[in-house]
Design a binder for this molecule. Sequence first.
Ligand SMILES: Nc1nc2c(ncn2[C@@H]2O[C@H](COP(=O)(O)OP(=O)(O)OP(=O)(O)O)[C@@H](O)[C@H]2O)c(=O)[nH]1
Ligand SMILES: [Mg+2]
Length: 202
Amino acid sequence: MLRIVDSYYVKSAVEPADYPASAYPEFAFAGRSNVGKSSLINLLTSHHGLAKTSGTPGKTRLLNFFLTRYKIDDSEEAGFLQLTDLPGYGFAEVSMKEQEKWRRMVSKYFENREQLRSIFVLVDIRHPADKKDIQMLEMLRIRNVDHCVVATKADKIPITKRKKVLAELAKGLGLRDEPLFAVSSLKNTGMSQLTDFLQSRL
Ligand SMILES: Nc1nc2c(ncn2[C@@H]2O[C@H](COP(=O)(O)OP(=O)(O)OP(=O)(O)O)[C@@H](O)[C@H]2O)c(=O)[nH]1
Ligand SMILES: [Mg+2]
């Protein structure tokens, strides 16, 4: 099992020239504003406050890069991987111009980041499949970027209903062979599926 043992904020950037120069394997977190991207990064790294979280959607406007050190099973040997917190989309009060800026920033990232291993696309488990999420998945498929879908805030749905809700979500999002996980950052559930997924993509 993979465990993240240390994590640091490296920098924020918009343009590829400003991305961190290191070549460690990288994973990014995408999803609507407020879906829980930053909360999930904090939980995966066990580093409260690493990524800024907020009840106000649209806080993260840049690509935020984090460097982490991980260990596997009982091995003393450590490896490095990077996590990127992507700015959220679908925030109602954002102008067309801002949306276009976002689209350009994110597509450049997908196209230029060579060490990018996979994207975690986060969707709120309570909401039916959303057009913006479907577009994000299309954006990744077209560019051949590996990804999985993470249904967040699973604590908001009774466990007895979860399977049905996930099946509907998978159908609504048009998932093919993409893995779908359910997690709760609040209750700290589902995390090992995500670290297993990370490990499988290293
Ligand atoms: N109930 C519940 N609330 C959560 C969970 N994860 C995050 N939240 C709450 O959802 C809100 C948004 O969380 P963030 O992690 O800041 O969301 P984000 O996707 O980073 O948002 P942006 O940076 O605006 O794109 C916060 O109020 C969190 O406390 C969860 O698993 N369960
Ligand atoms: Mg955030």
